[in-house]
Design a protein around this ligand. Structure first.
Ligand SMILES: Cc1cc2nc3c(=O)[nH]c(=O)nc-3n(C[C@H](O)[C@H](O)[C@H](O)COP(=O)(O)O)c2cc1C
Length: 208
């Protein structure tokens, strides 16, 4: 039993930006994102919680305004991502600082915290009608070399950011894509007291 994206009862009440967000594979390549809006995205990111308040997130941003730099980011992507990601207005390499700033020990939660900051960024973007598509499909070694990451930093994802195309055909494609989105139902991943024992009764969902 999976949750469909098109408003099953039990997901009706989540925050509007959570419902609105999705990961497009095409953007309006003519549009730029203003400095102000980019700043808002990273301010949202920085208010995420993190273990020991380490804030182990870092972001390298390239925009369409600097095609040479933009293409450097495209060049580190795996083939399947290159074409559509080129339509984004900005690309962001996310980087985790792997060591604690207090005692240089391994920060087990660095990737977790980076993910939380990206979730904040993504929801802030959605509020601004900006869409985000995260990618794991890129060459980490290449990224770390090309963008000269410091020691104990790990490239984790590349994020494409942009505006949706406005043509009518896109609307039809979008509807089709959205109708195919699926989520596990809560009984598959929320457990009561012990692993595997669903917290919620699936019949409760159907009654609502
Ligand atoms: C860490 C991470 C890596 C991902 N890697 C890719 C990728 O390389 N290429 C791609 O097209 N989508 C990628 N995605 C997007 C997911 O496929 C997408 O989020 C998922 O199918 C759910 O769809 P939705 O974001 O529209 O809800 C990635 C998402 C995350 C969070």
């Amino acid at each position: 039993m999976h949750i469909e994206s098109t408003n099953t009862e039990q997901t009706n009440e989540v925050l509007p930006s959570i419902k609105k967000r999705w990961s497009p594979r095409e953007f309006d390549y003519t549009k730029k994102i203003s400095q102000e809006n980019l700043q808002l995205l990273f301010e949202a990111a920085c208010w995420a919680p993190s273990a020991n308040n380490e804030q182990p997130w870092n972001f390298i941003v390239v925009t369409k305004d600097e095609p040479e730099q933009f293409n450097k980011m495209i060049a580190i992507l795996k083939e399947g991502n290159k074409l559509w990601a080129s339509t984004a207005s900005a690309l962001i390499l996310t980087v985790a600082s792997l060591r604690s700033s207090y005692n240089n020990s391994e920060n087990f939660h660095a990737l977790y915290d980076l993910g939380a900051s990206v979730a904040n960024l993504t929801l802030q973007a959605t509020e601004l009608n900006i869409y985000v598509h995260q990618m794991g499909g890129f060459y980490h070694d290449k990224a770390e070399k090309v963008f000269q990451l410091s020691e104990n930093s790990k490239s984790v994802s590349v994020i494409a950011v942009g505006y949706l195309p406005e043509d009518e055909n896109f609307e039809a494609r979008k509807e089709e894509l959205l109708s195919k989105r699926r989520r596990k139902s809560l009984d598959e991943f929320v457990f009561r007291n012990n692993w595997g024992n669903p917290f919620f009764n699936i019949n409760d969902f159907q009654k609502n």
